[in-house]
Design a protein around this ligand. Structure first.
Ligand code: HEC
Ligand code: HEC
Length: 372
């Protein structure tokens, strides 16, 4: 049926409709986003992980490209997921996949604001200054290219509005936009409080979100193509990796990682120079060294929440040489740490922060520079 439709579309010279996105490819790419955004794109409270599930495809694609082009700034995301190496199809596929995930009816994913504020005051501001573009229900308007604000995490919204005011991010795609100029901090808090209530109406009691499962159905890219692009290995998709930049030696990478870890308060608790150790016994092997990092206070919080987390501690990064002599940094994809919906918010925030710190250390190693 699908084939027939596509053939018809080709015959009559139409471009393929939007549903021709390869959802299996989108789901696969999403594994690398899950490190920070959660495996269903649900995000988490705290400004470091906006919800991306359910956002319109066009907005998702635009946002990703904004980060690649530097209109929006978050280099760690570009580096970790290598979105600057995406093909147009990759952008489309991952956007279609994320866009299809509707979490808003599931009470478990309901957004609530922890930062206080007056809902009614926020509502007044919203209705006079925002609803024209973001829609009365807060779910955005495609015709204005305005994304949903309902269902987004409050801390991210709050931080973003302050960024608009400080002009570190452009609002409404208009450099001259002055929407946020006269708002005070309490206004932002009130707006945030109101926005956090908007997704409540979509909840369907008893409804539980089930992630879809897509099987690859079209011709797959070859392994070689995948190798440079996607950072999650296909095997079990449990590993995240970054190649060392050209000209970065193992010594430079090591130095940069250790300096970065120190800067952000991670303790290097161990380092095993496996290949160097064997070399002293005249046993040859590709380069392998393993670094272990830990922040004792974070470790404490995590094991109190669930002793199971101790099995991921301390966090490890390995530096390893492949068959072609190319050097990689690898670590476990710790996305599962942020998926447990029943965890207290501060535990999830900690898990995300630890993930991002480990990625920061890897990014420093891969570039050989500890400065950002
Ligand atoms: C290293 C962590 C990290 C990874 C990996 C990551 N992101 Fe992000 N992403 C973030 C953070 C943090 C922000 C918010 C940055 C800001 O304030 O602008 C963000 C913002 C976004 C936004 C903008 C959201 C909005 O409401 O405007 C989109 C879209 C997005 N990411 C998509 C993706 C996709 C798709 C992937 C995977 C291909 C991905 N991200 C991988 C951390 C990450
Ligand atoms: C003229 C139309 C317009 C009006 C009015 C408007 N917005 Fe926006 N807003 C946009 C557009 C377009 C974007 C997306 C910009 C982009 O792609 O980066 C946006 C983005 C945002 C974002 C970022 C969402 C995200 O996921 O990162 C927030 C927060 C926001 N607006 C809040 C508001 C609030 C609060 C008001 C009222 C005080 C408001 N906007 C009024 C058009 C508008």
């Amino acid at each position: 049926m699908l084939k027939q439709l596509m053939a018809t579309a080709l015959l009559v010279g139409l471009s393929l409709p939007a549903w021709s996105a390869d959802m299996a490819n989108g789901q696969r790419i999403n594994k690398s986003c899950a490190l920070c955004h959660g495996s269903h794109g649900q995000g988490a409270s705290g400004k470091l992980s906006p919800r991306i599930a359910g956002l319109p495809k066009e907005y998702l694609i635009k946002a990703m490209k904004d980060y690649v082009e530097g209109t929006r700034v978050y280099p760690l995301m570009v580096r970790t997921s290598q979105i600057d190496k995406f093909t147009e199809a990759d952008y489309r596929d991952v956007a279609a996949y994320l866009s299809s995930l509707d979490l808003s009816s599931d009470e478990m994913f309901n957004i609530s604001s922890r930062i206080g504020g007056e809902v009614d005051e926020g509502k007044d501001i919203f209705n006079s200054d925002c609803k024209n573009c973001h829609n009365r229900d807060g779910y955005g308007k495609a015709s204005k290219e305005a994304p949903p604000l309902a269902g987004q995490h409050p801390e991210y919204l709050y931080t973003t509005m302050r960024n608009f005011k400080q002009k570190t991010r452009i609002h409404a795609n208009d450099e001259e936009d002055d929407t946020f100029e006269d708002y005070t901090d309490p206004d932002f808090i009130n707006l945030t409080a109101y926005l956090a209530t908007l997704d409540d109406k979509r909840i369907v009691p008893g409804y539980a979100f089930e992630p879809p499962l897509y099987r690859p159905s079209f011709a797959r890219p070859s392994r070689d193509q995948l190798d440079d692009k996607i950072q999650i290995t296909d095997i079990k998709q449990t590993v995240v990796r970054m190649a060392l930049d050209k000209d970065v030696t193992t010594e430079m990478a090591e130095e940069a990682m250790i300096a970065k870890a120190e800067e952000i308060g991670l303790k290097k608790v161990a380092q095993q120079k496996v290949s160097q150790f064997l070399a002293r016994q005249d046993v040859e092997m590709p380069h392998l060294s393993i670094f272990q990092f830990c922040n004792p206070l974070d470790a404490r919080l995590m094991v109190i929440a669930d002793p199971v987390f101790s099995s991921y501690m301390p966090c490890r990064i390995s530096m390893v040489e492949d068959g072609e002599g190319k050097l990689w940094l690898m670590m476990l994809n710790l996305d599962m740490l942020i998926n447990s919906k029943m965890m207290p918010a501060e535990v999830i925030e900690t898990a995300i922060r630890v993930n991002q710190q480990m990625l920061d250390v890897m990014a420093a190693g891969a570039s050989g520079k500890s400065g950002s």
